[in-house]
Write a protein that binds this ligand. Structure first.
Ligand code: NAP
Length: 289
């Protein structure tokens, strides 16, 4: 049987008109504030993708870039200003932050009504509980939407998630549980990764190690979702992260031959994540929280 490529770009493109309609239906143009501390090239590239997408759907963005050495107090003041500004409807603090800053305190300073990334304690509690009015972190939401688009159900399925970070793994694990999947979680201390991946119907990998998942980790008929984004040196340039050649955590060529469906990198989860971030913004604008 032919392997289905779970095409995040095509899915995103097919969904954009609906999102544009939702933006147009608002009585104002939504504005997303993106706060960047320093000038990490990877952060700049991710912000670039968000800015391009904002433009595409008629959303304004306000990129606030500070020096790397900004103090905790100064950064908190910027967030407070954004919270109080009625012309700003969503706030993202681009992660990672320099180590002298207290990430949790910074994130928790964001007004939950503007918390597009859904990482404040308020938002985390809501998505952890699986509440209807929760905003789900964009990567988890993007994966759910992509699977839905291909009519791949999570309900009752055995899902193995590799990675348990607060940013990606945990929201994905929770989303799968909330969708009634039976979830196995793997991480760096997992003894026999292949045993855990092979026993699943769906494998979701969010680690950040190219080639971690090879043919020996998968079996016929499985669905593989590769969240990893790894920059490797090479000639080919992608527009997902400008100027970089990207690979995921899965040895795509070898694994795709065995499984029934797989996301490519680039062009799989990445575009869905950016799309979902703006869905979150529009949900906040329409009073989800
Ligand atoms: P992270 O914070 O570094 O977490 C990595 C996770 O992988 C940890 O839970 C770690 O386990 C686990 N891990 C490390 N080595 C492992 C191994 N050999 N076997 C099994 N598990 C292992 O990274 P992250 O922020 O979650 O991001 C993960 C990847 O997703 C990165 O490549 C990132 O660029 C990508 N990403 C993609 C999108 C997208 O839209 N496609 C969005 C965000 C992030 P421990 O907990 O035991 O340390």
């Amino acid at each position: 049987m032919k392997t289905i490529i779970l095409d995040g770009k095509a899915t995103r493109d097919s969904l954009i008109p609906g999102l544009v309609e939702r933006v147009k239906a608002l009585s104002y143009v939504p504005t997303l504030a993106i706060i960047q501390v320093g000038d990490r090239p990877d952060s700049t590239a991710f912000i670039g993708a968000k800015k391009r997408f904002a433009q595409r759907i008629g959303v304004k963005e306000k990129h606030i870039q500070t020096t790397e050495s900004i103090s905790q107090g100064e950064l908190l003041d910027i967030i407070k200003e954004c919270n109080a500004d009625g012309g700003i409807h969503g706030i993202i603090v681009q992660l990672p932050l320099p180590i002298h800053l207290d990430r949790d305190a910074i994130i928790n300073a964001i007004d939950p009504k503007k918390d597009v990334d859904a990482l404040t304690a308020f938002s985390v509690k809501r998505w952890y509980e699986g509440r209807e009015d929760a905003i789900l972190p964009a990567t988890a939401r993007g994966i759910r939407t992509l699977l839905e688009a291909y009519k791949i159900e999570l309900f009752g399925k055995k899902v193995t998630v590799i990675g348990r970070s607060m940013l990606v793994g945990k929201p994905v694990i929770t989303m799968c549980l909330n969708e009634e999947a039976t979830v196995t979680v793997c991480h760096s201390k997992t003894k026999d990764l292949a045993k855990e991946t092979k026993s699943a119907d769906i494998v979701i990998v969010a680690v950040g190690k190219p080639g971690l998942i090879t043919a020996k980790h998968v079996k016929k008929g499985q669905v593989i979702v590769d969240v990893g984004i790894n920059k490797v040196t090479g000639e080919k340039l992608d527009d997902e992260i400008e100027g970089a050649r990207l690979v995921g955590d899965v040895d795509f060529k070898k694994v795709a031959k065995k499984v029934s469906a797989i996301t490519p990198v680039p062009g799989g989860v990445g575009p869905m994540t950016v799309y979902s971030l703006f869905e979150n913004l529009v949900d906040l604008c329409t009073g989800r929280v």
